[in-house]
Design a binder for this molecule. Structure first.
Ligand code: ADP
Ligand code: MG
Ligand code: ZN
Length: 502
């Protein structure tokens, strides 16, 4: 596929225009059953094995709302600082699509369960508030697979397969108000928002929010207005962007593309667009010149949802500590800078460090090993830090062995290497590899005597009072013991043997 779009440079685009964004994020809830029937939501089942008359939209079937789905929606709304509707209904969004056998999607329209909230996100150490328009409940569609075409799209395909296992899986759609004021940081703000939202969803335990699995996907709306202009420009809507990096790239690309069209005197067409991972570009989808008329009307088969206030307050009180608050607390507890905290987050090390501290290690030590040796090894082997084959308890034990003087840093690194190789717990490794520091005087004494005998000139200097020269003898002892000597004790013994005071 060739990219035919003209672009202007990002800098030139931002010099003339102010970007406005709107992000619509769909989250698949992790409920056991579907939103309006009892079918399983388990992934990986054979096609169409998890369906029933309701999620297949057969005439006469009746939906029943999933209580956990509603509870999850309220929790998300509360965590996003939204108001929770006292009373709201589902609505039918009417359209025909083969993967939606009812010919309408059960959604919410003018009565979302949660509305008017915000989410604060951090970009380059600054807080940016993203306002939330609404969070509403709906259901996912089935999945079409187009066979025989080159692109996997319906165009050029010979036939299509339909799997309705996904039809009716609960979705929460979270829609922002127009995001203004991000300027040149718009791509980063978009990415930070989706990242923060994903953390929040995971912390609430309502979904695993794995974007690569389609459990969370983002539609990116973008428009430009000339700098100084109040009125919003015409937007494009890039659908189903499914990684954080792609969200950032889609915003950046659309800014450059819109700017090229506008600065050439052209008009942006309101349309949906597809994002292409390989090129970081978007191409035209479906023109949406006028708002589509979905003939929304209240769903007559479902009772209204009226969450009692006491229940909402109970859920509010039971919310876990939210990611941003937790990050700020940990940063203060660990006494580290914004920059250091950012490195911890970028490395994906936060949970590992916390678990290591919980297992008894001091914060600075836990951070040192995860951000140093382990991050380096993870990086070399292309593994996620959290997936490294060493447990927090094992790292904490290494810290303890260093603190009690059994290991120095060099030996500790060898112990970590051995644990990663599957040689067992740190204590076993120390035992099997004989890695403990040699500090008992008889074993050390022999190495000290050898070092003095092998370096008579240095020994004489030390005897004559040049105490600093003893460093060379300590070095010889360390070398002879392959780094396992207790260096401080070796130095004491050397000075003692040579009859000088340390
Ligand atoms: P639709 O259902 O057509 O996608 P919505 O109004 O539900 O429209 O959502 C559009 C999203 O785009 C919202 O996040 C909204 O804040 C945002 N938005 C609306 N107008 C603009 C605009 N001119 N430029 C950028 N974003 C916009
Ligand atoms: Mg939309
Ligand atoms: Zn069903």
């Amino acid at each position: 596929m060739t990219v035919t779009e003209d672009l202007v440079s990002y800098e030139d685009a931002l010099a003339a225009y102010d970007p406005v964004m709107g992000l619509e994020v769909h989250v698949e809830l992790g409920t056991k059953t579907k939103m309006f029937c009892g079918c399983s939501t388990e992934l990986g089942a054979p096609p169409n094995s998890q369906t029933c008359p309701t999620c297949l939209g057969l005439p006469g079937s009746l939906p029943v709302v999933n209580a956990v789905g509603v509870e999850s929606a309220v929790k998300i709304g509360l965590a996003l600082n939204c108001e929770i509707a006292e009373w709201c209904r589902f609505a039918r969004k009417n359209y025909f699509y083969p993967d939606m056998p009812k010919n309408f999607q059960t959604s919410q329209y003018d009565e979302p369960i949660a509305f008017n909230g915000y989410l604060d996100v951090e970009v380059d150490g600054e807080t940016f508030r993203v306002e939330i328009e609404r969070a509403h409940m709906e259901e996912d569609t089935g999945k079409s697979t187009h066979i025989g075409g080159a692109t996997g799209r319906i165009h050029g395909a010979q036939h299509s397969l339909l799997d309705y296992n996904r039809a009716g899986i609960p979705l929460i759609e979270i829609v922002t108000k127009p995001i203004v004021g991000a300027g040149a940081k718009a791509p980063e703000v978009a990415k930070a928002y989706v990242a923060e939202l994903r953390e929040l969803i995971k912390t609430l335990g309502v979904s695993e929010a794995r974007m690569e699995m389609g459990q969370m996907r983002c539609d990116v709306n973008l428009s430009l207005r000339p700098i100084g202009e109040e009125k919003f420009g015409t937007r494009s809507e890039t659908k189903n962007v499914n990684s954080l990096r792609s969200v950032e790239r889609a915003v950046r690309f659309e800014i450059q593309r819109h700017a090229a069209v506008l600065s050439a005197g052209g008009k942006i067409v309101q349309e949906t667009r597809h994002f292409h991972e390989e090129h970081g570009s978007t191409t035209s989808g479906r023109i949406k010149e006028e708002a589509e008329d979905y003939r929304y009307f209240p769903e007559p088969d479902l009772v209204p949802v009226a969450p009692p206030r006491e229940w909402v307050e109970e859920l509010r009180a039971g919310l876990p500590e939210l990611p941003r608050v937790r990050r700020m607390r940990l940063q203060a507890e660990w006494g580290i800078s914004d920059h250091e905290m950012q490195s911890v987050l970028n490395a994906g090390a936060i949970d590992s460090i916390v678990a290591t501290i919980d297992a008894g290690a001091p914060a600075d030590q836990a951070r040192k090993w995860w951000m140093g040796e382990l991050a380096r090894r993870a990086n070399e082997s292309g593994t996620d830090l959290a997936a490294m084959p060493i447990s927090a308890a094992q790292v904490a034990r290494v810290c303890a062995l260093v603190a009690e003087g059994t290991l120095n840093d060099k030996l500790a690194r060898q112990v970590i290497e051995a644990v990663l190789l599957g040689e067992g717990d740190p204590d076993q490794v120390v035992e099997q590899r004989g890695l403990a520091i040699v500090s008992d005087d008889s074993a050390l004494g022999a190495a000290v005597d050898d070092a003095i005998a092998a370096n008579p000139a240095v020994a004489d200097k030390v005897r004559d009072g040049k105490v600093a020269a003893a460093g060379a003898l300590v070095g010889a002892v360390m070398k002879a013991t392959r780094g396992q000597a207790d260096a401080a004790r070796a130095r004491e013994l050397i000075l003692e043997r040579l009859g000088v005071q340390g």
